[in-house]
Design a protein around this ligand. Structure first.
Ligand SMILES: [Zn+2]
Length: 196
């Protein structure tokens, strides 16, 4: 009997762990349609080499900590998942005249996601980001794509933190050279607009 009990507990534990791997916040594409990519997250910044999530090549640079979408000036940027706005910054030049403004993020918005404490960052926006305090639903507008902060042309830098600390940055993409995917549907590198 004791053996069966132990086995049952083991099975329940395994089931729980398997389930837990799928819990947490997953993200949609932060636009109504995909503007294309400029740069991916680099998984190999320490060595000076560049490694994308799928070990592939592409337009990315050493030590890049987010995903750059090639969105044009004024493109509406959408929340990738529901959460609460806990930080925003406006006041940086829309044209990238001050590269250090906003800690190089320029005008940006940070959304905290309550199910697991992850934080999504929407950077280099135009002035006029969403006002706070405010809860934001998945797909809600957070602002418009711009060229503020450390940016050499209009695009949106999308970043994922495991918690409120900048040192916890991770990739949205999962693959052989990355980790788990945090997209609702990674769709072979072209995430869909489906909310979790
Ligand atoms: Zn970037």
């Amino acid at each position: 009997m004791k053996k069966y009990l132990t086995l049952s507990i083991l099975c329940i534990t395994v089931l729980f762990v398997a389930h837990a791997a799928h819990a947490g916040t997953l993200f949609r594409l932060p636009f109504s349609s995909n503007p294309g990519y400029i740069s991916w997250y680099d998984h190999n910044s320490a060595s000076g080499a560049m490694t994308r999530y799928d070990c592939g090549t592409g337009y990315y640079y050493d030590g890049h900590n987010g995903t750059d979408f090639a969105s044009s000036m004024g493109t509406t940027v959408l929340a990738g998942a529901s959460g609460s706005l806990y930080y925003r910054l406006d006041g940086c030049s829309d044209s990238g005249a001050d590269q250090t403004c906003g800690g190089s993020y320029g005008n940006h918005v940070r959304i905290s996601h309550p199910s697991d404490g992850k934080v999504s960052i929407y950077a280099h926006l135009k002035n006029g980001t969403v006002v706070w305090p405010q809860s934001i639903l998945c797909g809600g507008s957070v602002g418009q794509s711009g060229n503020s902060g450390y940016s050499t042309g209009p695009h949106m830098h999308f970043e994922l933190w495991q918690n409120v600390n900048i040192g916890s940055r991770i990739d949205f993409y999962g693959g052989a050279c990355g980790g788990s995917s945090y997209w609702v549907n990674q769709n072979n590198g072209w995430p869909t607009t489906t909310c979790q």
